[in-house]
Design a protein around this ligand. Structure first.
Ligand SMILES: CC(C)(COP(=O)(O)OP(=O)(O)OC[C@H]1O[C@@H](n2cnc3c(N)ncnc32)[C@H](O)[C@@H]1OP(=O)(O)O)[C@@H](O)C(=O)NCCC(=O)NCCS
Length: 134
């Protein structure tokens, strides 16, 4: 597929809110993604199709040291299973390495095991999470 992947690529809050809602099956919110990623992330990756539409996104959070954490990996429904998600993670991995990070973390639901451990090359490790809201 003809997709352009860009580290720290431009996007609008409106288009990412639509992609996010589609990917996670929620209502379209009014989140300030630009403020979040510009203020807090090591970087992010955008994927745009030949027509310039945003069809993929990944957010690379960072502890300021050697740990990066990939969040919000998303491919638009119409563009899934064409390798875009794998490419998003590949760029995130390369750029985190270039920035001096030594570890890239992710967590995910069981149905995405083949995507992260198979396609993207993550190793499996025990991990934990606490829901801080009800
Ligand atoms: C997870 C996601 C980003 C994958 O994006 P994608 O562009 O479809 O991924 P790829 O085309 O690179 O997939 C590569 C391989 O991963 C596996 N894979 C991808 N999506 C999968 C799914 N939903 N279920 C099972 N395996 C999957 C397959 O082995 C696939 O290869 P194949 O198509 O030859 O079978 C996409 O499904 C998505 O946006 N999901 C909704 C949001 C979400 O849950 N994000 C993850 C947050 S942790």
């Amino acid at each position: 597929v003809d997709v352009t992947l860009t580290w720290r690529g431009a996007f609008t809050n409106a288009e990412l809110n639509v992609l996010h809602a589609e990917g996670f099956g929620s209502r379209v919110r009014d989140d300030d993604w630009l403020g979040q990623v510009e203020g807090h992330s090591l970087g992010w990756v955008t994927a745009r199709d030949a027509g310039g539409e945003l069809v993929g996104f990944a957010n690379v959070a960072w502890d300021g040291g050697v740990h990066a954490f990939i969040l919000d990996t998303l491919t638009a429904a119409r563009a899934q299973r064409q390798g875009i998600g794998t490419q998003l993670v590949r760029i995130a991995t390369e750029r985190a390495r270039d920035a001096g990070c030594e570890w890239l973390h992710v967590d995910f639901e069981p149905h995405l095991t083949r995507f992260y451990l198979g396609s993207c090359g993550f190793g499996s490790t025990p991990a934990g999470v606490i829901a801080l809201t009800d």
